[in-house]
Design a protein around this ligand. Sequence first.
Ligand code: ADP
Ligand code: MG
Length: 699
Amino acid sequence: MNIKDDLKLISGIGDKTINKLNKIGLHNIEDFIFHYPFRYEIFKNRLKIKDLISGEKCIFLARVELVDSKRSYIKRANFTKAILKDDSGKIEAIWFNNSWVKDSLIQGELYYFIGDITESYGNIEIVNPLYRKYNSKKEIKEDLINPIYRTTKGLKQNILRNISKKVFENDLFINDYLPKDILEKHNYQDLYSSLKNLHYPKNLDLLEESKKRLKFDELFFIQLLNERKKSKVQNRKSYKIDFFENKTKLFINSLGFDLTEKQKKVAWQILKDLEKNNPANRLLEGDVGSGKTVVFLISVLNVFLSGYNSAIMVPTSILAIQHYKKICNLFLNKEYIGDVKIALLTGSDSMLNNEKISRKKLEEKIKNNEVNIIIGTHTLVQENIKIQNLAFVVIDEQHRFGVKQRHLLTHENINMDNEIYPHFLSVTATPIPRTLALAFYGDLDISILDEKPLNRKPIETSIVTELKEVYLFLLKELKQKRQIYIICPLIEETEEESIFDLEIKSAKSVFEHFKKLKPFEKFNIELLHGKLKPSEKNKIEEEFSNGKINILISTSVVEVGVDVPNANTILILGAEKFGLASMYQLRGRVGRSDTQSYCFLYTKSKSEKVLNRLNSIIKAKSSFELAEMDMKNRGAGDMYGLIQSGHIPELNIATIFDVNIMLEAKKEAEDLVKRDPNLKNLKDLKIKIETKENEIHPE
Ligand code: ADP
Ligand code: MG
């Protein structure tokens, strides 16, 4: 078999499965083997019954003493019970609605049982365990490690595991693109073994070893891309922007608040960048609500006053519209600014100075240098719109862009009409400590805004396990004309989630629920989620902004920089389902004015780990502090939440906490680019890296 072979060629995979695989981006074998499991279900090998641990997944060998099926009239369900016994003790097993279990288990025989051990009234039991008849030739000798993949509705983990089994049962040749000396130096497994062990781990040690190698790969590629990019960009030219001190002062005075010291400092750093005539590349990090927008608008203003143009790109049209309005308010009809043309361009909207304009006309105006400030989504680069005299590009909420989009948003992809490159500023609320950020984004300068505007009261945050009192509280705030966010982890119940976690609430069902609650009858409640059409989303957003909507029930789509200062309370349902960083961002939707604001984290979980995690949100004074706590709390290896919540999205298996591997990767990449910049002696690596570069800059 060849890694470029279509998954269709694997025996026993039907068209339906193929469609679902395609849906999650898996077409050929290569796609599949690089679709890494994101976590593992680990069944501890062969414990004695007396050693079984509540809360763990276990395998044990036991004899069936008694099996019986009953009908429970209370639960209206059939259930089957069995007593399982080994020489150390007994345990009760229960299966719900599985009447065939009674006929398939034979009393007196030995079976392996696999499942979660739970505790009920002081006794351990096992619910719905899987089982397999004991066969001395097929003894289970090792831990059972089941990979869990990202998947889609109807594509079960079992199917994915079967495919991976078939893939690796076949003779598969995978070229190892890493240089041999690097492999040897770090004692890494070859690529084939690493991949096989990752999908199909024999034991935990091998799994760890293969993870390490694959993390290295990922980080090495990032570093190699950086190094190559750096060597290319170094000698480029950009426009020189002057600083208009008096007009900048007038602008700041028009804001209605004083800048914090940190805002001043960072705004100055950016202005200094723009004074140079080679392209700046800076990352501005700052907590939600730390006031990053005005900081870059000061530069946008000076760019305009210098006679050049700026583009501001944001990940969603909601945010684009919001920025657009704000900027129009601040810049239009100001004598000291003069005649400025401000445009909005998203997939669905095109506007110029607060008036609708056809997309075609707007594009023409942009081409003819008749637009000074453009606010848009990634459509701006995707559709290759050439902006004349472009001196400054801001990527706001950079961490929320998808991997591909983010790679599109680089110097090379914008304004390639002439040889002059724009200055570049990426803005993010991702709290990566400076050292880590430097290592990850080796080619960037970094500014950190870790101070909030003074008039802000801390958000009063509490963990709640009952909703009644929260509802009363919400009513009280509503009566004072405040607005409320209710956040749910899902849009609608999916098959898998509702089986595994009955507590999970979808935005749709919460919406239905609230519609029926009498005390909330007179309030306007709306539902917002990512699957709505952009026009519907915009409408809801706008109505929430205008105060027409009292309660906004939403998924985490509102995480992205939405700014409605009158909203002062947020209730997060199923709080344990959110990554810490993501939750911190969500909470930042409130606390945007000088009134007291509140955040309720609702969870049914009693797990100490979960509660600790939620508590760190309460304790952390800034997202930077939170990142550190998160790192300590979770330890290495369990950082999926952070990545999932949008941190460093190009990382699939490595995390920002794999600092050591990352430093090694950086060093190797630097050495390699020095030694062999064109990768003449490393054909496989060259192909791989150029493919990545082409993905980033598709011609
Ligand atoms: P973020 O850093 O999350 O992008 P924004 O730039 O949206 O934050 O700012 C959040 C809110 O705080 C906005 O309404 C903004 O006008 C306001 N703001 C910004 N700086 C200050 C300040 N120094 N004092 C008071 N309010 C400020
Ligand atoms: Mg912002």
